[in-house]
Design a binder for this molecule. Structure first.
Ligand code: SF4
Length: 216
């Protein structure tokens, strides 16, 4: 039982309604998408030297030793690896809150009920909108969240088209301005104008540290 791991690190959770909390991250190697604005392309193949096979036991022990009460399994695309649900379940069994950030193309129902899926819904700007598994919108459990990265009005219109399929009172919907493409104030203005029950998601790690910093 092992996983291909790109990197592990402890940082401040930058996104979702859990933003701001210390968090132990496990970034898995490999992604089936190639978003135009990807900021973790080094996770496709794990970079030049760092992708390693790690056992579930080993990863659980490393995360436990961080002392964080929040953990996130991310990528790349974590649901491409068969042991990801087991890792999520084992971390949750420690009493941790476990987030799994997934790119929206994979069926989230493989996750254990105690994990919280943060499901990306890629818009037109990504070039990968047609690869989304829209069935995930009806598979969301009570604590799961959805994230839209908004680079322009086309992405915003795409989000608007999918909102009727979501229960925004139950599942937090996050809208992130695409860094360097859309000013946060502009997206804030659109959200307020339309009175949407959608959370402005500012990717805190890109404001705390340089936007291209790794391991944060
Ligand atoms: S899904 Fe994530 S890791 Fe994969 S290409 Fe898109 S942004 Fe990059």
């Amino acid at each position: 039982m092992s996983l291909q791991v790109c990197e592990t690190f402890t940082s401040i959770q930058g996104e979702s309604s859990f933003a701001g909390w210390p968090c132990a991250f496990v970034r898995l190697t490999g992604c089936n998408l190639r978003c135009r604005w990807c900021d973790t392309a080094y996770a496709y193949e794990g970079g030049s030297t760092r992708s390693v096979d790690r056992s579930v036991d080993d990863l659980v022990e490393e995360v436990r030793a961080t002392g964080c009460r929040l953990a996130e399994i991310t990528g790349g695309e974590p649901l491409l690896q068969a042991e990801t649900p087991e890792l999520a379940a084992r971390l949750a069994a420690l009493g941790l809150t476990v987030l799994v950030e997934t790119n929206g193309s994979q069926d989230i129902s493989v996750l254990p009920p105690e994990a919280i899926a943060i499901v990306d819904m890629k818009g037109p700007t990504s070039g990968e909108a047609q690869r989304m598994d829209l069935g995930n919108l009806s598979r969301l459990r009570a604590r799961d969240e959805v994230k839209f990265v908004i680079g322009n009005r086309d992405d915003y219109a795409h989000m608007l088209s999918l909102l009727p399929r979501l229960d925004t009172a139950r599942n937090t919907v996050n809208a992130s301005p695409l860094h360097g493409a859309l000013a946060p104030a502009e997206l804030a203005r659109w959200l307020l104008q339309d009175r949407l029950h959608v959370r402005l998601n500012l990717q805190q790690h890109k404001h705390i540290w340089p936007p291209d910093a790794r391991g944060v």
